[in-house]
Design a protein around this ligand. Sequence first.
Ligand code: BG6
Length: 486
Amino acid sequence: MGKAFPDGFLWGGATAANQCEGAWDVGGKGLTVADVVAYKPHVDKRDYKALHGITSAQIEAAMASDDLHEYPRRHGIDFYHRYKEDIDLFAEMGFKTLRLSIQWARLFPTGTEEKPNEEGVAFYEGLLSYLRERGIEPLVTLHHYEQPLYLANHYDGWRDRKVIDLFVRYARVCFERFGHLVRYWLSFNEIDSVFRHPWTTIGICEDRYPADELEQIIYQCVHNQFVASALATKLLHQLVPGAQMGCMLTRTLTYPLNCDPQNMLLAQRDNRENYLYADVQVRGAYPSWVWRYWQDRGIRVDFGLDDEAILAQYPVDFVSFSYYMSLVDSTDADRREKVGGNLATGVRNPYLETSDWGWQVDPQGLRYALIDLWDRYQRPLFIVENGLGAHDVMNEDGSIDDDYRIDYFRSHIKAIAAAIADGVEVMGYTPWGCIDLVSLSTCEMSKRYGFIYVDLDDDGNGSYARSRKKSFWWYQGVIASNGEVL
Ligand code: BG6
């Protein structure tokens, strides 16, 4: 029997700057699209559209406010000031890698400056150096739902091609200044989420544009991101020999409700639409169905003269993805019971349990997703997000018995081991929110993912103190045994 996990497997955890750093107005940082997203305590937590929707009036109001509690991303978990303590805890768990993002607006407050803000550069230099000092390999996302707000407001987010050049300028600074510390990079987090939440992904506030032009605008934005990602990959290879760039997909694995051929075709279509985003970044070309789809709908996406050549010449080195749940589709979906999720709502799967937030827990689906991605792309895979958002209760003695989280991870890690035994090449596994942080969809703290508890509630009250959950010790044992002791 071979080993379940290869030597050098990158065990760790994942975070994003806008959900953990806080310090929204410290060190010369500019506002980002995340800083204007409000906590909506009264919205149904399963109503995905209502949670993610934002209006121009809400953006104006947020820009005029310096409130922290209404806008929880502004305080995060104060990782900005506490990163050494947190990294020490990650090191104690035995992390080999930490996924984190750089906030573009810390380096370029509006995104348009010629020179970077040196205070922002110094912050990330300190953070990345400390990771290295503690023996942890950084895995850095360049764009994780945190575009400078100025670009969203003045350049139509990612619609304006000039933003490609501004992004490449930002990427150049990252590679030149941090390249000696970082080997693994991701360009755009969940690049496929452009239609699900256009504000945070591409800086598009829907009420600013005619409804019948939105689809075209969104395709234009994501095209510009594809080109920016390819150019960043080119630059990375030039500036930092040996460094690798990955794409990052939300793997929205969709099953047909049953073997009705109509449902099979529907699920195939859903999966194909999801794969589009990795297809372009891995294969270096749009799949043929997209051209036909655009033509039939009269969608015109402007391509620069060299765009197709750029996409073809600079594909990514590896494929990373987030996986939380699987979905089900059916031709009569409108009449069936729905479940929630960070992706979209789907039809309830009768074989699966759901989390406290209505997300369907499906470890076998992770094995399926890994095999499928491997067979499609033949590129190393990296699971850069996976986890269970749950309500944690602290016992009187301060301990937290999160056995449900341990069960979740145990079953998913077994699924990864099974996929490896099926011949899939997996580089690593970084569970999401390895330390509790502010939720993307709900802006809550009470939706906790971490091995480390942060004393902070949904209204921003708490001491910010960190403590180890039961899963902390469990995951420490998993890493120490390279996945043998589960
Ligand atoms: C992913 C995002 O979609 O899901 C993260 O990349 C996010 O930013 C994570 O936090 C979990 O979603 P949520 O809404 O529970 O925070």
